[in-house]
Unconditional design. Structure first.
Length: 212
């Protein structure tokens, strides 16, 4: 935000369309390449550095390549915070963008880290009796689909009961109560989805349970 507002201030001060256009392109490229360049060449962004973290390639143990760093940014941008839900269920506490690019976020300098900053590897996910990954993914998708259907039915029921008006549904003209209720139901669905993904990946959902 500081870079954007700074660039706007400079462009307004200069007052040249050509300069403003060129400056806008430079700022856009800088923002797009900020994370990929720093992650691939230094192991992390400024945020990673100040929190004593670095992004590590699982195969080489060093920095990820520039293409992988770009892929991480694109996946993270598309999925948003959904990508981080996987951290609660994966063996090495990886987000989706880490899993797909085969990278992990690790402590940069162990000497500067406190014990509470470490998250142990979930070895139980590698034990025998755990359902295969495709099966767990399929079961999780089934549960998510079922929850989406239930959500639609609940919303349809609220409309039929007059709890949510047609004006709110069709024209987005909603009262404060209708907005609060709709937001509450949507947030409940998101929380349940996150719990479902976590339990499913750990082999605790019916249909893909870990053998005792």
């Amino acid at each position: 935000m500081a870079v954007i507002f700074g660039a706007v201030s400079v462009a307004v001060t200069v007052g040249s369309d050509n300069f403003s256009r060129a400056l806008g392109i430079v700022v856009l490229l800088a923002l797009l390449l900020y994370e990929p360049v720093l992650v691939s060449f230094t192991g992390g962004t400024l945020g990673h550095y100040f929190t004593n973290l670095r992004v590590v390639d699982e195969r080489s143990g060093g920095n990820v390549s520039f293409l992988k760093a770009c892929a991480r940014v694109v996946i993270k941008g598309l999925l948003g915070w959904y990508s981080f839900i996987a951290m609660t269920a994966t063996r090495r506490n990886q987000a989706v963008h880490d899993l797909l690019t085969r990278s992990t976020v690790q402590i940069r300098d162990r000497a500067k880290a406190s014990p509470h900053q470490y998250i142990t590897e979930r070895v139980e996910l590698a034990t025998t009796g755990m359902p295969s990954r495709p099966r767990r993914v399929a079961v999780i998708c089934g549960y998510l689909l079922l929850m989406a259907i239930v959500y639609v039915l609940i919303f349809a029921g609220m409309i039929a009961a007059g709890i949510v008006s047609d004006a709110c549904v069709n024209n987005n003209v909603c009262s404060a109560g209708e907005r609060f209720l709709s937001l509450g139901v949507a947030l409940a669905l998101l929380v349940l989805s996150a719990v479902c993904i976590g339990l499913g990946w750990r082999g605790k959902l019916i249909g893909a349970r870990k053998a005792s």
